[in-house]
Design a protein around this ligand. Structure first.
Ligand SMILES: [Mg+2]
Length: 229
């Protein structure tokens, strides 16, 4: 690729650097039931589709949109987190193959790495602990650390501020959902790439405006490092 001066890589967790065995949808089903969404039928089917379409966004924002009531949304979000925490030890949480090596290669080359999520801070920490990843990145951010979650640019821009990056055109963003792409474009990042290891396919990621679509985070790291001057 052409030359770039990428100084910061902002990487999504679930579906991009971390495989969580479908834990999000399992936890959502438990939360939806506790929020009073019928367990079968069109209401449940459309709620499930909405969760798939909005994967990557702040979970509390998804529940607000689905339930239309702050109290019910907060309760559903708590149920989601409790369910996620309850099953996190039952499923295999593992890095997407090559993810740890890609993060290390980027940092070794002088590219700062931030890991972002749509989960709450507590759930993100559970995930980082499960992977032994507490020290792997320069920064980890949940929506509440930044302001708003995706599709807003807040986490990307917070990473720039916290890590003293000079300009938005030195940022590369990678995620598996259209919301990741939207957040990277809104932040003005130079590279806004979609990874094919998660929720959305190449056509969806391209339609959202991805500048690149890569097989995985490993290919993303190669792309960044090959273009550095
Ligand atoms: Mg994701």
């Amino acid at each position: 690729m052409s030359e770039n001066n990428i100084a910061l890589a902002v990487l999504d967790m679930a579906g991009t650097t971390v495989a969580d065995g479908g834990l999000v949808l399992r936890a959502f089903d438990i939360a939806a039931t506790s929020a009073g969404i019928e367990t079968e039928g069109p209401q449940r089917a459309s709620a499930r589709q909405y969760v798939l379409d909005t994967m990557g966004q702040s979970k509390i924002a998804v529940f607000r949109a689905l339930l239309g009531d702050e109290g019910r949304a907060q309760a559903a979000n708590l149920a989601f987190e409790a369910a996620y925490d309850a099953v996190i030890d039952e499923v295999e949480i593992s890095p997407i193959p090559g993810a740890a090596e890609a993060i290390t290669a980027l940092r070794t080359a002088g590219v700062k790495v931030a890991l972002t999520t749509g989960f709450s801070r507590g759930t993100q920490d559970r995930l980082l602990n499960a992977l032994g990843w507490n020290e792997i990145a320069d920064l980890t951010l949940a929506p509440s650390d930044a302001g708003r979650g995706r599709p807003y640019p807040d986490m990307v821009l917070t990473a720039l501020l916290r890590l003293d990056v000079d300009a938005v055109d030195q940022i590369a963003v990678l995620g598996d959902t259209t919301s990741d792409i939207a957040s990277g474009l809104a932040a003005g990042a130079r590279i806004v790439a979609g990874a094919l290891t998660g929720a959305h396919d190449a056509a969806q990621l391209r339609a959202a405006g991805a500048t690149h679509v890569v097989a995985s985070v490993a290919e993303f790291a190669e792309l960044i490092l090959a273009g550095r001057t």
